[in-house]
Design a protein around this ligand. Structure first.
Ligand code: AMP
Ligand code: MG
Length: 414
């Protein structure tokens, strides 16, 4: 099905006043995730997308073992004290005998539980005289024992295809003794900036020019997503140059451009996009970031982002990021929206979703959020100072200090 057909089936699809959620839905409806995969050594697989289910072929831990340094005992023997110490179990050096009535074994953390023992008593509470071991009252049956398979169980899938591999996942795979995993190939993303007013770093700034910053923020955002990046530089608003750039870029999985999609823009960008592929031009009910193009050139998905530096970042984070994650074959949940108390009045009109740049901060026991000040879509400093977006929903009007607002954090742990 063509892109136009797919999106026209969606309820409430209006290219001239598209709600953010509808635009997201329209994009996702058109995408097909990549399916090619490769084997990688597990260290290299960090940040890649798993392309197999991981199903343990061994239990982890493989044996019942001690969680503490102490004495392995038979719980029912604790009434027949003192116990007799008959040997030692170390991590990696099991005790091979079997505990008989009234016997115990000195045991270290991680050592296999000796046959017959069911409980570990920590060494700090034990009294020892020669081989005679006395244990105080108050012990619980089975305490301080880790059971075979309590972490990973043979046959129970632990990681699913589509999982973005985290440090914990890599460790988990290692704990199964696996040295390689199958991952999806990396998504290839080409991008370029358009505009006759753009100067490149290193060149002197002529009258009316601005240095191209969009390519650098885009590069950073793409690098964080772990995709393969093809930076095609700045392309002038010149039909022949643009046409060959688009054709070259469309050999990759995704093409991202900035600039040239605004209403009344004299650029050739829109005309060329429309000529070379199946591209829709949207006016999205959002701020910043109203104009955006989405479609296909050849087999590549195209995102034509606005030119304003903040609008580039907002449209990237709100649409392109999700799309790239989906295309990469990842099955992540959507990022959480948290609630915080507005520390000041926030201007807003109903009928569009706003992404104000916010600073989330702690005020005694409460998380509060304020804006970074000037919210113009050319003020890139606002993105640099912010640590979150304040997401003000479509229907919502101005926010009063003290009301709850949604925030989307910029940074996470992993
Ligand atoms: P446009 O969408 O092409 O009309 O651009 C909107 C605004 O963003 C203009 O003020 C441009 O100068 C600015 N702009 C466009 N591309 C870039 C870029 N790559 N880096 C910095 N600013 C840009
Ligand atoms: Mg332009």
């Amino acid at each position: 099905m063509s892109i136009a057909q797919t999106v026209s089936c969606l309820d409430g699809y209006d290219p001239d006043a598209l709600r953010v959620d509808k635009a997201r839905e329209a994009i996702l409806a058109c995408l097909t995730p990549i399916n090619d995969s490769e084997n990688l050594k597990i260290r290299e697989a960090l940040g890649r997308v798993l392309s197999q289910d991981i199903v343990p072929h061994i239990d982890v831990p493989a044996h019942d073992n001690s969680a503490m340094d102490g004495y392995a005992v038979r719980f029912s023997d604790l009434e027949k004290q003192p116990l007799k110490e008959i040997g030692t179990a170390l991590a990696g050096k099991p005790f091979h005998g079997k505990l008989g009535a009234g016997e115990c074994v000195r045991i270290m953390t991680g050592a296999v539980m000796p046959a017959g023992a069911d409980t570990v008593v920590i060494q700090e509470v034990v009294k020892k005289e020669g081989e005679r071991v006395t244990i105080p009252a108050g012990q619980k049956k089975a305490q301080n024992v880790r059971y075979a398979g309590e972490d990973l169980k043979v046959g129970t899938p632990v990681l699913r295809s589509g999982k973005l591999l985290t440090p914990a996942d890599i460790g988990l795979v290692a704990s199964l003794g696996m040295g390689e995993v199958r991952v999806k190939r990396r998504l290839r993303v080409a991008f370029f900036a358009t505009g006759d007013e753009l100067a490149s770093i290193g060149a002197p700034l002529k009258e009316g020019e601005v240095y191209d910053s969009n390519r650098y923020t885009l590069h950073g955002m793409l690098a964080r997503l772990g995709v393969e990046i093809v930076d095609m530089g700045v392309v002038r608003d010149d039909p022949a140059a643009l046409e060959s750039a688009f054709l070259l870029a469309s050999r990759q999985d995704v093409v991202i451009t900035t600039g040239g999609v605004s209403v009344g823009e004299a650029d050739f960008v829109k005309q060329l996009m429309a000529k070379l592929g199946e591209v829709l031009f949207w006016k999205i009910a959002m701020r910043p970031g109203r104009p955006m193009a989405f479609g296909k050139i050849g087999n590549a998905f195209l995102f034509g982002l606005p030119g304003n530096p903040v609008a580039v970042m907002v449209t990237f984070y709100q649409f392109v990021r999700d799309a790239l994650i989906h295309l990469s074959g990842r099955n992540d949940d959507a990022l959480p929206l948290l609630k915080a108390v507005a520390a000041e009045n926030l201007r807003k009109v109903p009928g569009r979703t706003e992404y104000q740049r916010g600073i989330l901060f702690r005020d005694q026991d409460q998380w509060k959020v304020r804006t970074t000040g000037q919210q113009g879509s050319g003020v890139l400093r606002s993105m640099s100072e912010a640590n979150c977006f304040i997401v003000i929903e479509h229907e919502r009007a101005a926010v009063k200090a003290g009301e709850l607002v949604s925030v989307q954090l910029f940074e996470g742990l992993a």
